[in-house]
Design a protein around this ligand. Structure first.
Ligand SMILES: [Zn+2]
Length: 350
């Protein structure tokens, strides 16, 4: 059974070939963890072991005193061979040696997120990533309303939202943030109130304005991802241009009748942007809800897909939607994934 001394593990954990894993309990993590450590349960680690082995990583495991980690290393060696090390003396020794420790962002109400933290590969580590993330949601309507509710519920640390509209009675069949008593009030204000009522650990910045070329840059500059909940092409071009400028990813979502489309533009200058795919669309070519009609749950589902993809992107869970257009035909149950080329369109704005 392979053992590694804590000081060596600490110095190796800065490098790309070593993964340091703290397998202690979530409550122990809240008081401090080894710097660079992944916060995984033993079963998370057992699930990840095959992949780590394939990637040629060495895995150093920290427990309380070095006993549980030793048992786990024996188990891992039996199944996957060498490359797994028990950190001698566990976290107690790590701390006593004065090796670097960081305190993860406190999750104020661990109970609130218990059911998602429990998920394989999610854990407190993903929860902390959400807590440290900042997302801009453009539009708090049919898409934005469900997306915002799920993002706030999931514990996203900071959410900025922008919408210059007021709540109308015909919004209520799909914009589930709002109630009858809100009719006539600015959506941004009501949305902020409802989201804080749902989860006051989330910091909400709500702007009762239209997204324009003047205000977009200051909004996009510091976020980790932009969620497009707008219903028009001109806003998407505004988002696209700002995201390209600051290399920010954005989640494009369109609903037309009973069809949903979703993709993630990376914001990288050498990757296709919205204009590469849709160079000359204008709003007159799009269905909008007021003219074409819409069944409430269709944008609702699209908004939920946005929330799912946002959480996945921010936590690194599963596959992202870069260079892929997810399309769902609600009427005929066709879920399709279309890949598009990674080349930028010549003559585009990059
Ligand atoms: Zn482009």
């Amino acid at each position: 059974m392979a053992v590694i001394d804590a000081r060596t593990a600490a110095s190796l954990s800065d490098g790309p070939s070593v993964v340091l894993v703290d397998i202690r309990s979530q409550s122990a993590w809240l008081d401090g963890v080894p710097k660079n450590a992944k916060l995984w349960s033993s079963s998370d680690l057992l699930n990840q072991a095959k992949q780590l082995k394939q990637q040629g990583k060495k895995v150093c495991i920290v427990c309380y005193l070095g006993q549980t980690s030793a048992v786990l290393v024996e188990q891992l060696e039996e199944k996957w061979g060498d490359g797994f090390y028990s950190v001698q003396g566990g976290f107690k020794t790590w701390e006593a040696m004065g090796l670097p420790v960081e305190v993860p962002v406190k999750v104020p109400a661990v109970d609130r997120y218990e059911r998602q933290v429990k998920l394989p590969n999610f854990g407190l580590e993903a929860q902390n990533k959400l807590q440290n993330s900042h997302v801009l949601v453009v539009g708090a309507g049919g898409l934005g309303a469900p997306a915002l509710l799920y993002l706030a519920g999931a514990g996203l640390g900071r959410i900025s939202l922008i919408d210059d509209d007021t709540v109308a009675i015909h919004n209520l069949h799909r914009q589930i943030l709002y109630q009858q008593e809100d009719v006539g009030q600015p959506k941004a204000d009501v949305a902020k109130r409802r989201l804080i009522a749902l989860n006051d650990n989330v910091s909400i910045q709500a702007l009762n304005e239209r997204l324009t070329v003047e205000n977009v840059e200051s909004l996009v500059e510091n976020v980790d991802l932009v969620v497009d909940g707008s219903d028009n092409v001109s806003s998407r071009y505004v988002i696209n241009e700002a995201c390209l400028k600051f290399n920010k990813p954005w989640l494009f979502t369109a609903v037309s009748g009973f069809d949903i489309q979703l993709t993630l533009f990376s914001g990288e200058k050498n990757r296709p942007c919205y204009r590469c795919l849709f160079p000359g669309v204008d709003d007159s070519e799009l269905d909008n809800c007021s003219e074409a009609g819409v069944l409430g749950p269709v944008p609702g589902l699209a908004g939920m897909l946005q929330a799912i993809e946002t959480i996945k992107y921010l936590t690194g869970l599963g596959d992202d939607l870069k260079l892929k257009m997810l399309s769902y035909d609600v009427l005929h149950h066709h879920f399709k994934m279309l890949k598009y080329p990674s080349k930028i369109r010549s003559g585009c704005i990059h």
